[in-house]
Design a binder for this molecule. Structure first.
Ligand code: HEM
Length: 228
């Protein structure tokens, strides 16, 4: 119950914050304020954007963008590691959260079997991506990138200024990596015959809350790294 409500509220709140920030970022600088007028206009804008997903071509364009982003950031065969991670992740997040929100007995049967199989592929591809990309998100590389690359940055209405997108990208990357590790470790731990029932419950709850951290990091990654 607590996990269900907290995860839903946090996912909706972060998505609202990021899309509202995007909407304000499109407005002239002196009009980027949190006002009722701006919020009403934002609701209209976001409703139009959401309705556009009723059309197949919208999904097509999103997929094309993701494939092109993967090719640009993961050269050669490594792009396939990114595609496999993304595909597995979408299934893992949806299967895990939908069962956690809607099915009292939790994940079971074929969806669970597929969840575990996708989980193994997710763990392997995440490990490869850590080897390929971790260096880019180390502190010494970040300062350089913030100085050179960030044109628009990340609009923070509360501070009333731009924050370097590369800092937020690094936060998203490391939270995703650590929560991914905890997701795999919690499942492996619960499979070992050494732990009693309270420990199993602890692993299960660690898995769920790591899943929430992972999904929030994935949403932030989409906003600061993948979507233009
Ligand atoms: C590392 C790979 C993963 C493996 C091997 C794995 C395996 C499992 C297993 C075995 C369960 C059932 C636990 C039980 O009922 O005792 C489970 C539940 C769950 N998994 Fe994963 N998982 C993985 C990754 C993920 C990821 C990446 C997410 C989401 C981002 C996720 C979200 C969830 C959620 C929310 C539940 C709880 C569902 C419920 O309430 O019943 N898992 N996972």
């Amino acid at each position: 119950m607590i996990f269900g409500i907290t995860s839903l509220v946090l996912i909706v709140a972060l998505s609202l914050r990021l899309t509202f920030g995007r909407y304000l970022g499109r407005l002239p600088e002196d009009n980027r304020k949190i006002t009722a007028e701006n919020f009403k206009a934002y609701i209209k804008w976001i409703a139009g954007w959401k309705l556009s997903f009723l059309k197949l071509e919208r999904w097509d364009r999103c997929l094309d963008h993701l494939v092109a982003w993967g090719k640009k950031n993961y050269p050669g065969w490594t792009a396939w590691v990114f595609y496999i991670l993304s595909l597995c992740y979408v299934y893992l997040a949806f299967s895990g959260l939908i069962f956690a929100w809607l099915v009292p007995r939790g994940l079971y049967g074929y969806p669970l079997l597929l969840h575990v199989a996708a989980g193994a592929l997710f763990a392997i591809s995440l490990t490869i991506i850590l080897f390929l990309k971790a260096r880019e998100f180390l502190p010494d590389k970040l300062g350089l990138r913030a100085a050179t690359q960030d044109k628009r940055g990340f609009w923070c209405p509360l501070l009333g200024k731009h924050l370097p997108r590369s800092y937020l990208a690094a936060v998203a990357f490391w939270v995703f990596a650590v929560s991914g590790f905890l997701l795999a470790a919690s499942t492996l731990g619960s499979m070992l015959p050494y732990f009693n029932y309270p420990a199993q419950i602890l692993f299960f709850n660690l898995h769920r809350w790591s899943a929430l951290a992972s999904v929030l990091a994935a949403i932030l990654t989409l906003d600061v790294m993948i979507v233009d």
